[in-house]
Design a protein around this ligand. Structure first.
Ligand code: ADP
Ligand code: MG
Length: 246
């Protein structure tokens, strides 16, 4: 059954801020292990779509199912649902007063996911995975942007999520830091993580995405595999956007 492998199902999703209709009817299915890259101009609703997937925004119409759970349903335990959905933002949002290790172990220990010793071991393994094994005791202020973002990824992974959402994770980084972060994301994709990535890194989208979604004006205008979208876009708006960014 197709449903069984769908991690995310979005049907007729609408979202407005006051009179501003930002998402005008989004349909989207993300399968287990799939990497979906979302591209499109600023203001097209990419971040809002991502934030609706873990109810950082309330939706106005439609439905959002993550692992079969209706995220909009007021009776669900949203914090429990969110534990399955890792999110990485443009601006890392690390806790400045906590060490790298403490940043990573905080949620798992506070939420009773693991005891102190286990979450410490997990955190050290994750730091190794993102190439920062030597930074466990460092504080965020002493790290570069790229290092902070890799800590933020490790922190999200510490909850052992099923799905990872990335909102322009490299947009705030100096160019020389971008590659390290993208490499961590590539490895995650290779390991089979289900990922939705809003990005301006067209090279990453072309290489790593199973599917690329082009959004404009609150709609998904076009979607396809990277070859289809980048080499043979069907819609004028997609062509115009790609002409500007490629
Ligand atoms: P993108 O990520 O594609 O740049 P966003 O989803 O951030 O687009 O924004 C889409 C539209 O929604 C913009 O017009 C933006 O001003 C508006 N918007 C986003 N978040 C809010 C908010 N919290 N309150 C009011 N308007 C918002
Ligand atoms: Mg955005």
């Amino acid at each position: 059954m197709a449903e069984a492998t769908a991690k995310v199902i979005v049907n007729g999703l609408k979202k407005n801020f006051g009179k501003n209709e930002v998402l005008k009817g989004i349909d989207l299915t993300v399968k287990q292990g799939e990497v979906v890259c979302v591209i499109g101009p600023s203001g097209s609703g990419k971040s809002t779509l991502l934030r609706c997937l873990n109810r950082l925004e309330e939706i106005n119409a439609g439905e959002v199912l993550v692992d079969g759970t209706n995220i909009a349903d007021k009776s669900i335990d949203i914090n429990k649902a969110r534990q399955n959905i890792g999110m990485v933002f443009q601006h890392f949002n690390l806790f400045p007063h906590l060490s790298v290790l403490e940043n990573i172990t905080l949620a798992p220990t506070e939420l009773g996911k693991a005891d102190k010793g286990t979450s410490r071991e997990t955190a050290l393994a994750l730091l190794d995975q993102v190439g920062l094994a030597d930074k466990a005791d460092a504080f965020p202020a002493s790290l570069s942007g790229g290092q902070k973002q890799r800590v933020a990824i490790a922190r999200a992974l510490a909850m052992n999520p099923d799905i990872m959402l990335f909102d322009e994770p490299t947009s705030a980084l100096d160019p020389e830091m971008v590659g390290d972060v993208l490499n961590v994301m590539k490895d995650l994709a290779k390991d089979g993580m289900t990922m939705v990535v809003v990005t301006h890194e067209m090279g990453f989208a072309r290489e790593v995405a199973d599917r690329v979604i082009f959004m404009d004006g609150g709609y998904i205008v076009e979607e396809g595999n990277p070859e289809e979208i980048f080499s043979n876009p069907q819609h004028n708006r997609t062509k115009e956007f790609l002409d500007k960014v490629l």
